[in-house]
Design a protein around this ligand. Structure first.
Ligand code: HEC
Ligand code: HEC
Length: 207
């Protein structure tokens, strides 16, 4: 039985790896201009160039392309559900997703959020203590399928972290739910305030 379960888990990991590989292979051919043309419907909510101006809507700008295409794929396939995004993703082909991802990834992220001075010290301490930087990178800029969170919208960050902790937010490999399980609500509030303001600080700007 144990052997079977292990086999099943490996198979799931393998299928996941193949999906990521296919998405990233086809993203070599991703077309930023085609993505831009397709993005006009998205920017109504995600803001110009994917720099959201609504705290509840995530920014897409400067996000690793693979993180964007992975999430779109998951909405379309029903692994992550949202009444709005599931509908929009249902219309997209794999190449639409890669083109949109290439376009939004190419835009510099900006933010209007100003971190409270006290959280400029408390925030990085928590991010190190809870290993956020180990997966999301030293400046939380993301890598491959791991999303950039630096400069993400404030309310969206709070909602996602609370969601991971409550295990109501879809989680591809369980890593984020484990990471968030150790946070109390005060930690979440401090981390979100710190992370949301990161985009405009020089050390946290990659493009
Ligand atoms: C009517 C508003 C609206 C429109 C239009 C819209 N989105 Fe979204 N999008 C949202 C909301 C709200 C969320 C957060 C949903 C959730 O909590 O799962 C989201 C989430 C996402 C995410 C996941 C972000 C992350 O950080 O995990 C991606 C990627 C995305 N949208 C891409 C797109 C693309 C590409 C389009 C255009 C084809 C689009 N969206 C159109 C509102 C919208
Ligand atoms: C072991 C690796 C790992 C650790 C540690 C980790 N994360 Fe994550 N994080 C991920 C992965 C992978 C995802 C994507 C999950 C998914 O969508 O299924 C993610 C997603 C997120 C999201 C949602 C982003 C979005 O755009 O929707 C936020 C916010 C986040 N992490 C913040 C944090 C914070 C804050 C910490 C530290 C307390 C942390 N993470 C620790 C791997 C990690």
């Amino acid at each position: 039985m144990l052997k079977f379960l292990r086999f099943k888990k490996n198979t799931t990991v393998l299928i996941g790896a193949v999906v990521f590989l296919c998405l990233s292979i086809s993203s070599f051919a991703a077309d930023i201009e085609a993505g831009k043309a397709k993005a006009s419907v998205c920017v109504a909510c995600h803001g110009p160039g994917g720099n959201s101006v609504n705290s509840d809507f995530p920014s897409l700008s400067g996000q690793p392309a693979q993180a964007i295409s992975t999430q779109l794929f998951r909405y379309r396939e029903g692994n992550r559900k949202n009444p709005v995004m599931s509908v929009y993703a249902a219309e997209l082909t794999n190449s639409d997703m890669n083109n949109l991802a290439a376009y939004f990834s190419s835009i510099k992220r900006t933010t209007l959020h100003e971190t409270k001075p006290a959280n400029l010290t408390a925030g990085p301490e928590l991010a190190n203590k809870y290993n956020c930087t180990q997966c999301h990178g030293p400046n939380l800029l993301g890598l491959q399928h791991i999303p950039r969170v630096a400069g993400q919208q404030h309310n969206y960050l709070i909602d996602q972290l609370r969601g991971f902790k409550a295990q109501t937010r879809a989680d591809m490999d369980g890593n984020m739910s484990s990471a968030a399980a150790n946070l109390n609500d005060a930690d979440i509030v401090v981390l979100a305030d710190y992370i949301a303001g990161m985009a405009d600080r020089p050390e946290t700007t990659n493009k």
